[in-house]
Design a protein around this ligand. Structure first.
Ligand code: SF4
Length: 264
């Protein structure tokens, strides 16, 4: 094997590290996967990801949409996917219709949407946290909840959702006043809303409000700052986790049989 080509950190000790909420989650779950993906180790968008983008766009256009509104919008925009004729496309269309039904089910009971697809950009220690929230909903008394729409086929457990770094980053953005909301707005919690799982209605996994710690910070702030430090490091640890089975860089991962040749 060749020797290590560099032991220099990716960022200098005082550099600002730009972090997105989804990257906070990836880095926290497995730093090696983040490093490989950041260096180009990703697959091109698959059709199901394109469908996810379409669903997000429909939800953005109709934040209070009824099932009829959402189905009409799906009809109107379906040609955008430019799918060939055949049963795979028919299957995908059926899946899209079920997703729209679950989305309508969620929107029927959801709080008043105050913001949709809202951008934010704030400093958290050495991190520049930038991202976009799917929905911010009115929770009364100057408080809001954040909803993150998920179109994948599997849902996180309740325990995992309660400490989900992406939701934590969104709540931090609300608490720090980084969204276009009245001064003093507080976050009352956040939710992962699953519309792509095989359930009758949308699956909702909640995260409680961020409780301040003794220093006035929160676990979410610590997680974002920790992710920036991990991304700026000179080495990246592989960490076995629930998503290893689906990891796109597992053939380069020393923890996996197919990737062990990288270090042996
Ligand atoms: S297979 Fe698992 S441990 Fe290895 S890089 Fe991927 S996520 Fe990390």
């Amino acid at each position: 094997m060749a020797g290590v080509s560099s032991e220099v950190p990716l960022w200098g000790a005082t550099d600002t590290v730009t972090v997105s909420p989804s990257k906070v989650e990836t880095v926290t779950t497995c730093a090696l996967r983040w490093a490989f993906e950041a260096a180009g180790g990703t697959k091109p968008d698959a059709t199901h990801q394109t469908l996810g983008t379409l669903l997000h766009s429909i939800a953005q256009t109709h934040p209070k949409g009824s099932l009829t509104d959402l189905k009409q919008e799906l009809d109107r925009r379906w040609p955008e996917l430019a799918l060939p004729d055949g049963w795979p496309s028919l299957q995908l269309r059926k899946r899209a219709e079920r997703m729209v039904e679950r989305l309508a089910d969620y929107l029927g009971d959801a709080g008043e949407p105050l913001l949709v697809e809202a951008d934010f950009d704030l400093r958290v220690g050495r991190a520049r946290l930038r991202g976009q929230v799917d929905r911010v909903e009115d929770a009364g008394d100057g408080s809001v909840t954040v909803a993150d729409l998920k179109t994948g086929k599997t849902a996180a457990s309740k325990d995992k959702a309660a400490e989900n770094p992406q939701l934590g980053a969104y709540q931090l953005a609300v608490e720090e006043g980084a969204l276009d909301l009245p001064d003093g707005t507080v976050s009352k919690g956040a939710s992962l809303v699953y519309v792509g799982t095989e359930t009758v209605s949308a699956g909702v996994r909640n995260q409680p409000a961020l409780a301040p710690d003794e220093n006035g910070g929160s676990w979410a702030r610590d997680t974002v700052e920790g992710a920036a430090d991990t991304m700026a490091a000179a080495s990246f640890a592989a960490r076995n986790n629930d998503l290893c089975e689906m990891c796109v860089v597992r053939r380069s991962c020393p923890l996996q049989p197919e990737g062990r040749k990288v270090v042996e």
